[in-house]
Ligand binder design. Sequence first.
Ligand code: ADP
Length: 280
Amino acid sequence: PDEKPAVIKYNISRDDIIIGRILGEGFFGEVHEGVYKKRTGGEKISVAVKTCKDCSMDVKEKFMSEAVTMKNLDHPHIVKLIGIIEEDPVWIVMEICRHGELGKYLVQNQPNLPNVTLVLYAMQICKALAYLEGLHMVHRDIAVRNVLVASPECVKLGDFGLSRYIEEEYYKASLSRLPIKWMAPESINFRRFSSASDVWMFAVCMWEIMSRGQQPFFWLENKAVINHLEQGVRLPKPEECPPTLYTLMCRCWAYDPQERPKFTELVCILSDAQKMEKEQ
Ligand code: ADP
């Protein structure tokens, strides 16, 4: 009898939502801005509403799986799930991040973003990932396109489409939708995903941040990437990236997953680096 409270908690009524302009296009459908009026107290909050365009039974299950994952998460740098409307058309209601995708934000605000802010973003994402690691969760798609900007001083991990709880050390993924240029060699070769492969991806994401929105390996085709990695080639130091941070990225790109640092260690190093940048 006590199996369902989590589900009930997140079921909200469509009547309590006013849907607004389109914020972006997702894999399943449009994402809208909206206002959610809470039943208790009548407080109004801005939200993002994910919709599902061609929501047949099995598509619906995939669409909902992201929300199911997010239900169990509570972290200041992970986008919060507010509610789910399960009747068709299915809506997933989330906390809104007004400034959109970090990748685009970096490109648009390039000259105004000092290193101290960039390191702050890296540290916040790293904290969210350390939290996931503590829950034995692997994200598998860490990239600036999946990070949202809540305010100029706060970013949040926003996409859980690919993430999965894992009981084993790794998870075999399906071939499609693989972000090769972000992936660790064992993920490319054997489709092995672990917290250590998340560390590799996080360092690629950090490279995107420190290079203010450049595409990793834009000079290579996907199929050439693994050969380069096996020969020991790594992404070059972004122009204005402090050398200590680049050294840290390179440690995360150790070929052997066991040699890579853990997220908890990365959080400590990044918070020191952030303090250093502040003092300058
Ligand atoms: P999917 O993972 O289903 O492809 P995304 O989560 O990437 O969809 O969302 C698509 C776009 O919608 C994003 O690129 C972003 O512009 C916008 N978006 C998604 N979630 C939010 C949010 N919580 N706040 C603000 N904008 C969002």
